[in-house]
Design a protein around this ligand. Structure first.
Ligand code: HEC
Ligand code: HEC
Ligand code: HEC
Ligand code: HEC
Ligand code: HEC
Ligand code: HEC
Ligand code: HEC
Length: 425
């Protein structure tokens, strides 16, 4: 029997764990929308209206309507929604905010000039919010299978037999921490290392083999999904010889409130034994990266929030390729040309004849294009696409450069890969 660790198989012998786990936010972090559990509401901007009807939840706007069929987020903090067009999933421009109990634009949509229905829901969102996905060949957002929510397999692995399963607590600290970092470590920039794919990670391996995660670079407050990197900044983590980890304070199977203070007292007798330790030493704050939501500061007590040098979360020297790609991402996200200038020599150094690295060549193409060197840029986009043909973003850039019949052909290929979203105009 294939021990794909789904609750279905485990429930026979671990009934209590399965039943408790099924009620946690993680287990409910994605799924098919059920109208019964949803609320109705309106968003004044763009005149959007969401109605939970008998069997469906619909989003209406002055130009049309669509059914919201799939959700991401348990609603503990919030929930994002997707609709399906020709079998392809796209994010809808509405989100539910659990703490305020209101509908509003989802994070990242606040500055749009009109409702944006065009963003595909790819395996990337689902790599953290679902257990596994399978996309139809040649598409990025049409799925034949989505195992909803975070299930046992993501922390315990899947194996041919029970002996092959992993108990995270019994792993060496770096491998143990990797289990939660799969999803709880976003960093300033997180990228797949050359020739590696995140999906190949399994519990029991070191996440650092698969991804590079860059932290620092600017002053950091409390961030959405910043828990692992924040904890790593505290002396408790740094000086406790690998003993402190997420599992010290959180029971991943249960939502019940843990006795956090007891966790502190296990290591600290001084200077005080009384009071709500986390209330003073792990205060709550509004996330600096949006979402209108409040998160808990995991830099236990006052680790400095001053700007720090960009560095690898894994404590190693960052390769020129990874650092260069990180600068490109930051330069684009923050519209800061200084970062792009820093990226250039690093990426040049990383490029080499015969190397397979589509992301690197796309980035080089992008820098050349922004420097006005269109012909050279075209060459690098072509090289990138030759190495990986499933890159709609690169196809669009190349189409814009070459125009004409080839441009048109490329745009049709993009449509085949991501499908046709609704146009709200
Ligand atoms: C046929 C019964 C049975 C099934 C099915 C089963 N388990 Fe277990 N499992 C056990 C028993 C019994 C133990 C306790 C063994 C022990 O004390 O070490 C255990 C222990 C464990 C442990 C702790 C191992 C350790 O080394 O600490 C984990 C993790 C675990 N199971 C996960 C799972 C998952 C995930 C599934 C579903 C894929 C599953 N089990 C299915 C019987 C089962
Ligand atoms: C496959 C991705 C994934 C892995 C692996 C993962 N998490 Fe999560 N976790 C999430 C997501 C997604 C959420 C948000 C769930 C929601 O509200 O929709 C979350 C929420 C949480 C929460 C807040 C909700 C609550 O239960 O109070 C805690 C605490 C947490 N995770 C702890 C852990 C720990 C500890 C580990 C490692 C043992 C871990 N997670 C591993 C994806 C993951
Ligand atoms: C988010 C990560 C995560 C998920 C998902 C998860 N577990 Fe665990 N599990 C852990 C961790 C961490 C431990 C070790 C807890 C400890 O001892 O501190 C553990 C321990 C166990 C154990 C050993 C006995 C025990 O109570 O400590 C069993 C059995 C188990 N898990 C079964 C399951 C089953 C079945 C599922 C799916 C319904 C599941 N787990 C889902 C992280 C997870
Ligand atoms: C690297 C893993 C990761 C990726 C990729 C990711 N998320 Fe999350 N997401 C999380 C974690 C972990 C949480 C839990 C809160 C936290 O740690 O900040 C979360 C929380 C959320 C929540 C709030 C859920 C709640 O009620 O707590 C929503 C909604 C959400 N994510 C939507 C998305 C969407 C949409 C995408 C894709 C565009 C996405 N996420 C991509 C890890 C991820
Ligand atoms: C696994 C053990 C462990 C746990 C659990 C732990 N700490 Fe610590 N903590 C340490 C160590 C080790 C240090 C560093 C002490 C030193 O070197 O002087 C430290 C340092 C601190 C400091 C001083 C920080 C600074 O920057 O000067 C504070 C405050 C603190 N811990 C509070 C807490 C609180 C509150 C909790 C519970 C939320 C907690 N700790 C949980 C091990 C732990
Ligand atoms: C020293 C104790 C401690 C450790 C270690 C710890 N947490 Fe937390 N965590 C907390 C407390 C306290 C809260 C707030 C709980 C509440 O408000 O109910 C929290 C809340 C969270 C939440 C909910 C969102 C938020 O920010 O309020 C997530 C997700 C989370 N922790 C993930 C993690 C992950 C992942 C790790 C490991 C990298 C981790 N935590 C390690 C104490 C801890
Ligand atoms: C009312 C707020 C408050 C509460 C509650 C609180 N602390 Fe503190 N704690 C402080 C302050 C203020 C300091 C001094 C900070 C400094 O020296 O920078 C401190 C210092 C510390 C230190 C560092 C001592 C050192 O040598 O630098 C530790 C460890 C610590 N607290 C642990 C705890 C633990 C464990 C609890 C829960 C039993 C707790 N605190 C509850 C406010 C609080």
């Amino acid at each position: 029997m294939l021990f794909f660790a789904a609750a279905l198989i485990c429930v026979d012998c671990h009934k209590e764990i399965v039943e408790r786990f099924e009620r946690t936010p993680m287990a409910n972090s994605s799924g098919v929308v059920k109208a019964a559990g949803e609320s109705s509401g309106t968003i004044r901007r763009f005149s959007l209206a969401v109605t939970a009807e008998q069997n469906a939840v619909r989003l209406r706007w002055p130009g049309g309507e669509v059914e919201l069929t799939f959700f991401i987020g348990s609603r503990r903090m919030g929930r994002s929604y997707a609709y399906s067009s020709g079998g392809h999933l796209f994010q809808a421009p509405v989100g539910y905010y659990g703490n305020r109990k209101v509908w509003d634009l989802p994070p990242g949509y606040e500055r749009d000039k009109r409702p944006d229905f065009s963003r595909p829901i790819t395996g990337e969102c689902l790599s953290c919010h679902a257990t596994r996905t399978k996309a139809v060949a040649g598409t990025v957002n049409q799925f034949t299978e989505i195992v909803h929510g975070v299930q046992c397999a993501r922390c315990h692995g899947d194996a041919e037999s029970h002996e092959g399963l992993v108990n995270p607590r019994k792993l060496p600290s770096r491998l143990r921490d990797s289990v939660c970092e799969q999803c709880h470590l976003a960093g300033k920039v997180r990228l797949a290392r050359a020739g590696r794919r995140m999906e190949e990670f399994r519990p029991g391996r070191d996440l650092g083999e698969f991804v590079e995660v860059i932290t620092g670079g600017a002053a950091e407050g409390v961030r959405v999904n910043g828990h692992a990197e924040s904890l790593a900044m505290s002396l408790c983590k740094q000086r406790s010889g690998g003993r402190l980890w997420c599992g010290t304070c959180h029971n991943p199977h249960a939502r019940e409130k843990a006795d956090y203070n007891a966790a502190c007292r296990a290591c600290h007798e001084q200077p005080h034994r009384e009071g709500n330790c986390v209330g003073c030493h792990m205060p709550k704050g509004r996330a600096t990266d949006g979402g209108h939501t409040v998160y808990t500061d995991h830099r236990i007590s006052g680790a400095s929030a001053a700007p720090a040098a960009m560095r690898s979360y894994f404590g190693r020297d960052v390769s020129p390729r990874d650092l260069g790609l990180a600068y490109v991402r930051m330069g684009v996200a923050e519209r800061n040309p200084e970062y792009l200038e820093k990226a250039w020599p690093l990426l040049r150094q990383a490029a080499g004849k015969g190397k397979k690295d589509p992301e690197l060549y796309e980035a080089i193409g992008g820098l050349l294009e922004s420097g006005g060197r269109r012909e050279q840029a075209e060459g690098y986009y072509r090289l990138s696409l030759k190495q990986d043909g499933l890159q709609p973003g690169v196809m669009r850039k190349l189409a814009a450069l070459v125009g004409g019949a080839e441009g048109e052909q490329l745009r049709r290929k993009v449509d085949a890969i991501i499908g046709n979203p609704i146009n709200s105009r």
